[in-house]
Design a protein. Structure first.
Length: 596
């Protein structure tokens, strides 16, 4: 029989604590909510009221249920009020000495059988537990932000946590409607260990002006389907909390430089820019605690005219190549009203590409997304050629040939001879330096990267890569073209992986390393990222879809260019590729897909 928890205490009513109070009270459990002062208590109460009022306004909570929820919560200043609760969850700032002091005090105040839990994200639960005389009754219960919404709870057992305490807490999580993964005490547990390297890297990109905050966030939302971009997520977490988590993970987790907090973070925390809770972080919010972003001095102009400032007029576009990407890109341009010249290496290839474009457009017609007349008009705008000479009068060329530098360089040298002056020359490379391609021409200022995602007609994102020689006009032209295609163009520097792959693949690689270290299972890691962070797929699901060979190649490129030891490909990934387990395409990767 699992233990009955009728009253729980929550210590600290900040970003997490207020949400945790709501989770318990919503599920019929009485809560004693404790803060350090009357004013902090008032703030916590206001957070709880704001959150439940929003739930009522959205129709997710009945008014009567909200009132009942509030009746279950009592507020008090100081820990003494917690003398007869069954369980305490501590959610005070991420400092070991503070948490140890609170646990020593809780040990003194609470009944001998009370379970003491910490919501720490990165500190050692074991170190916290030894501040008490009952380390076997101390456990980590790590909720995710926002606690009322996110389904995951990481239950952290130390080497001395009693098995029945673990079982009781697991049963409690089920009662709260949460999915738990139970793991050992290691810095960052599952989700934060995989998340924070990525978040810190994104802050580094912003700090070095590699891309704007809007573009970094849009890239990860649109390129990976994440619920929010990394900088918006840092604002939600709270920059002070994020700083402490990174700092602890750096010290506890083997001094991986990727966890050393980017200096800008410390500066922002010192300046009081803590994210949503203080009304300003990477973005500016309507008021402290508000989720509504308001424009500030860094907000880019919204109008298309401003976007197109300095852009050259584009009417006719050449697309070189006959693969998946070229085919999709031809369709995208033709559908958007551009005249398209497709150049392949022969009539046979042109016929195949033409057929593929027709099939794809027909699918749009069958699904009712495209009128027959629009399909015919799009097809009528495409001309098919096997010679680059037909690109003499286009305004933009998009190259999508094989991913080999020598081939691309030779092609760009030819384009340089054939194309009229002022043409923007774009490469769709996903891994080669754009500057290498640009320098094969006499006009590097006109060369950009246009990194489309697969499938091009569906994916809403394009990375616009500017090299150190790219002119502002060429960049503006590329961005305006993306907008005209109905895509979001994000501008970034010419570094391996651009934005999306540079942020995505090291995270996937870290997940493989975590599996390899037997810290958790592929299923639990996938669960943790989906339910704790709202990812559409877990890392192992995604690796099997993308292909392990492709993932390994990208990770190797990143490692070779940035020489970051933490980017070294996981040996397990290399072994699976060597063994021919490449993911869904070979019916086996991290999982066996042969029966599906
Ligand atoms: N922010 C997140 O996204 C997130 C997610 C999961 C876990 N956590 C963890 O939850 C914990 C709390 O983080 P947060 O972001 O909610 O912090 P926060 O700064 O928003 O809130 C901390 C609260 O603790 C109160 N407090 C400080 N000293 C206290 C004391 N002695 N007694 C009672 N209350 C006290 C503060 O007044 C404040 O309201 C940390 O361990 C953090 O790592 C945070």
């Amino acid at each position: 029989m699992a233990r009955e928890f009728s009253t729980v205490g929550v210590v600290g009513l900040g970003t997490m604590g207020a949400g945790i109070v709501e989770v318990f009270a919503r599920n019929g459990i009485d809560v004693l909510a404790v803060e350090i002062s009357e004013s902090a208590l008032e703030r916590g109460r206001a957070t709880l009221t704001g959150s439940t009022d929003r739930a009522v306004a959205k129709g997710k909570l009945a008014e009567a249920d909200r009132d009942a929820l509030h009746e279950r919560v009592r507020f008090a200043v100081g820990l003494d009020a917690l003398h007869s609760v069954d369980l305490v969850i501590e959610a005070v700032p991420e400092h070991l000495d503070l948490k140890q002091r609170i646990f020593a005090e809780l040990d003194r105040v609470c009944r001998p059988d009370t379970i003491l839990a910490t919501n720490t994200s990165s500190l050692s639960v074991t170190e916290i537990s030894v501040a008490t005389t009952r380390p076997n009754q101390v456990i980590g219960i790590h909720f995710f932000n926002p606690a009322p919404v996110m389904k995951l709870v990481e239950v952290v057992r130390t080497v001395v946590t009693a098995p029945e305490v673990v079982a009781d807490v697991e049963a409690l999580c089920a009662r709260l409607g949460k999915v738990d993964v139970t793991i050992n005490d290691r810095a960052g547990f599952i989700a934060n260990a995989l998340l924070f390297g990525y978040l810190n890297h994104a802050v580094g990109m912003f700090e070095s002006h590699y891309a704007t905050r809007e573009d970094i966030d849009a890239a990860m939302k649109l390129g990976c389907g994440l619920p929010m971009g990394p900088l918006a997520l840092m604002d939600l977490i709270g920059l002070d909390t994020a700083y402490e988590i990174l700092d602890t993970m750096y010290r506890r987790g083997g001094r991986d430089r990727r966890h050393a907090p980017v200096p800008l973070l410390k500066q922002m925390v010192t300046a009081g820019l803590l994210g949503r809770k203080s009304g300003r972080g990477f973005y500016t919010y309507q008021r402290p605690g508000s989720p509504v972003v308001v424009p500030d001095e860094a907000t880019p102009p919204a109008t298309e005219a401003a976007l197109a400032d300095g852009a050259r007029a584009i009417a006719k576009v050449g697309v070189v190549g006959s693969g998946t990407m070229a085919t999709g890109i031809i369709e995208v341009f033709a559908k958007a009203g551009y005249e398209v010249v497709s150049v392949t290496r022969g009539a046979e290839k042109s016929a195949a590409v033409c057929e593929a474009v027709k099939t794809s457009l027909n699918k749009g017609v069958v699904r009712g997304k495209l009128a027959e007349a629009d399909r015919d008009a799009a097809l009528g705008r495409i001309s098919w050629s096997a010679t680059l000479d037909h690109l003499a009068d286009v305004d933009l060329v998009v190259e999508a040939v094989v991913e080999e530098l020598s081939v691309k360089k030779a092609l760009f040298a030819s384009l340089d001879e054939i194309c009229k002056p002022g043409v923007v020359l774009a490469t769709t490379t996903s891994s080669l330096p754009v500057i290498d391609v640009a320098m094969a021409t006499q006009r590097p200022a006109d060369v950009v990267g246009l990194h489309f995602f697969n499938p091009a007609p569906v994916m809403p994102l394009v990375e616009v890569v500017r090299t150190i020689r790219t002119s502002p006009e060429a960049t503006a032209t590329a961005r305006a073209v993306c907008a005209a295609l109905g895509k979001t163009g994000v501008v970034c520097g010419d570094r391996s992986g651009f934005i999306v792959n540079a942020l995505l693949f090291p995270y996937l690689n870290d997940a493989v390393k975590m599996l390899e270290a037997s810290y958790s299972t592929a299923d639990d890691i996938d669960h943790a990222m989906k339910l704790g962070c709202g990812y559409p797929m877990g890392p192992f699901e995604l690796l099997d879809v993308v292909g392990l060979d492709v993932s390994l190649a990208i990770q190797r490129e990143l490692y070779l260019e940035l020489r970051e030891p933490g980017f070294a490909p996981a040996p397990l990934l290399e072994h699976l590729v060597t063994a021919g387990y490449l993911g869904r395409k070979t019916r086996r990767g991290f999982r066996d897909h042969s029966h599906r």
